[in-house]
Write a protein that binds this ligand. Sequence first.
Ligand code: BDR
Ligand code: CA
Length: 330
Amino acid sequence: MSKRKIILDVDTGSDDALAIMTALLAPEHFEVVGICSVHGNRPIENTTENTLRVVELLGSEVPVIRGCAAPLTAQIDPLRALRIRANQKELEDGEQVQYHAEQLPLPPATRTPLPGAYASIWYIETLMAAKEKITLVMVGPQTNFALAYRIEPRILEQVEEIVIMGGGHDQHNSTGAAEFNIFADPEAAAIVFECGEKVPLTVLPLDATHLANMRPHHEALFRSWGTAVGDFVADQIRERLDAYNVMQPLHEPDIAPIHDALCLIYLMDESVITKKKFVRADVVCGGMADGDTLFDTRYYTDRPKNCTVCLSTDEEKFAALFVEVLSRAR
Ligand code: BDR
Ligand code: CA
């Protein structure tokens, strides 16, 4: 696959941090035009600062653009405000496990986000001026781009492909029907899925990302480097192992999905996905199934197909590629 220009959209976040690192450490595959932060795993102040910390860890100069602080409309309805999944849990011994630290364990950023820039406006300015098409990789709630598209729909003409981590077909995490990134802003997701009728949209839901795992022996490998980068990666894996073991055990103990990094690994080597389907997908907005991604996998569908949904992953290939890329920072 040839080299792509990409924009990353992140709510950093432990697995977002590892996705950013994957993108920045694979310059033969990606030219990262900018990284937009968004609300999600933590408030926008934290996801922006955490993003800057990761970028600085790798000594990158890529611009970081502060994004939306809240979903488009989801917090307006008081019934929907009651619903966000717990990020952390206190154990009997008082110890706390969490999916995403408020502040990543890295030195405070010395850089600021791009002065005077706001992600939705920056998307419009960047895409309208782009000479080559750009791939958008969104691994948090999709508020920034949805808002940009509503302001200036012509931006889609300069989009090569949209790749998102989000949704679930058989698997869910925020509610019995919804995955976190979609549940955090269902209306934004619905707008992005609408774009899938005009540009290629690839969706990596939980069905694929629950097979994109790190294990304790990977943690040990990164720890063995004895470097700041190795310790950081090992810490993120450990945090996720503990959180999943306690709050969301998956098909085996001691596995930690690195959801967001799978989007980059997929763009580097599509064969990491072992099952995918071109389908009609819609986002349920409101009601019992709020935030559900309804993938219509029937051959004949009632409405135009709008996305390629990835449904299974080669676990070993993911782990090998991910470790190889991160090892470049050793
Ligand atoms: C998604 O939600 C977030 O907690 C992760 O960063 C990932 O993007 C998984 O549901
Ligand atoms: Ca994320």
